[in-house]
Design a binder for this molecule. Structure first.
Ligand SMILES: *Cc1c(COP(=O)(O)O)cnc(C)c1O
Length: 373
């Protein structure tokens, strides 16, 4: 999903970046030093500092979040003939990454209480070919990792939408055998384009570094034993990232503030917020609500100059999936009813109030249940 460009007069975008002086100074320093591609001090700093923050032994920075998932799958030697369980309610990148390595994404429904993978539905989809469960911490909320872990299959965590969230006190990014972040411009922590894979496994770490660097070892330059690619993050990009890591707490808190304000203003407005499990600490990415007549509400808001958007279609209906397995009713219902409201740190309480009033007006416009349309 593209971050909205800053709109013209009277247009409130869905998303807008929060970059500061530290990021600017770091980028200037990287340019000054001439280290602007995939090797450099900022890349190392970014990997080390992020690993410390989320409590992981190894972090491999990548060019974006989608390639981070692909790198994890390749390092785990997942390919043709293998199956990976993916949730039906997600941005498509986890599923398309499984397709990209030649494996088969097997779609499982989410639970209505968390909007993340239902361990019961996953159990029904396991087969001899299942090599991994790719759990998504969808819309700022961790999946139920203890329950997924009991199924005895390696778990990959996609935390692209959940920087700063926690599962039973443990930070996202530490919850899978490997965990992935995206740092796309519309994510809570950004490097423009960027991603990473985090793990405690030294074996997977060195495997990933090999694949991410053309399959070349530093000790044997220009000798290729493995089909490697170039998945690297640039030092220029990591310079932005180190600046963002320094401001992590305030960036996460600013989004929470926006989300809490929406909750306060909308609790009685004919819509529902995102559910949060008792064991989860939610961290807002995009503020999400569900409404009965979603498409009408989105249209009314857009006519009022507000970049509200419908969420992704369920994976069961994505053309690229050609899914002919069982339906996923919870995800399919969510895909029809959920929508996003503008969420970024510079949104003022006044602007949030205007958006909330527009939601109220739009839901009020709906005909009564059973009324003529
Ligand atoms: C954004 C996102 C990605 C992709 O990250 P990019 O950096 O845009 O490639 C992957 N998974 C999920 C769940 C996402 O929301």
């Amino acid at each position: 999903m593209a971050g909205a460009a800053r709109g013209g007069r009277g247009w409130t975008p869905l998303s807008s970046v929060d970059l500061g002086d530290v990021e600017r100074a770091n980028v200037a320093a990287a340019m000054e030093q001439g280290w602007i591609s995939g090797t450099g001090a900022f890349v190392e700093e970014f990997e080390t500092q992020l690993g410390e923050r989320i409590g992981r032994a190894h972090v491999v920075a990548t060019a974006n979040g989608t390639l981070a998932i692909e790198l994890a799958l390749r390092a785990m030697e997942i390919g043709p003939g293998d199956e990976v369980i993916v949730p039906a309610f997600t941005f498509a990148a986890p599923a398309t990454s499984v397709l990209a390595v030649g494996a088969r994404p097997v779609v499982a429904d989410v639970s209505a209480e968390t909007w993340t993978l239902s361990p019961e539905r996953v159990a029904e989809r396991l087969s001899r070919r299942t090599k991994a469960i790719l759990a998504v911490d969808v819309l700022g909320h961790p999946a139920d990792y203890d329950a997924l872990g009991e199924l005895g299959i390696p778990v990959i965590e996609d935390a692209a939408e959940a920087h700063g969230a926690r599962y039973k006190g443990r930070p996202t990014g530490s919850l899978g055998q490997v965990s992935v972040f995206s740092f796309h411009a519309n994510k809570a922590i950004t490097t423009g384009e960027g991603g990473c894979v985090a793990t405690d496994s030294a074996r997977l770490d060195s495997r990933m570094r090999l694949i991410a660097n053309h399959g070349m070892l530093g000790s044997r330059p220009y000798v290729h034993d493995t089909v490697g690619r170039n998945f690297r993050m640039s030092n220029l990009t990591a310079a932005v990232g180190v600046g963002q890591l320094a401001r992590w707490e305030s960036l996460i808190e600013a989004r929470r503030r926006v989300s809490r304000r929406y909750d306060e203003l909308l609790f009685d407005a004919g819509c529902r917020g995102r559910p949060v499990a008792p064991w989860a600490e939610y961290s807002c990415w995009l503020h999400t609500i569900t409404v009965d007549d979603r498409d009408t509400v989105v249209r009314c808001l857009r006519e009022a100059g507000i970049d509200a958007r419908a969420v992704w279609p369920a994976l069961t209906g994505q053309p690229v999936m050609r899914w002919n397995g069982p339906s996923c009713p919870v995800s399919e219902q969510l895909a029809r009813r959920a929508m996003w409201l503008p969420t970024y740190n510079a949104l003022s309480f006044g602007e949030i109030r205007v958006i909330a009033e527009a939601v109220r007006a739009a839901t009020g416009e709906r005909p009564e249940d059973g009324g003529a349309r």
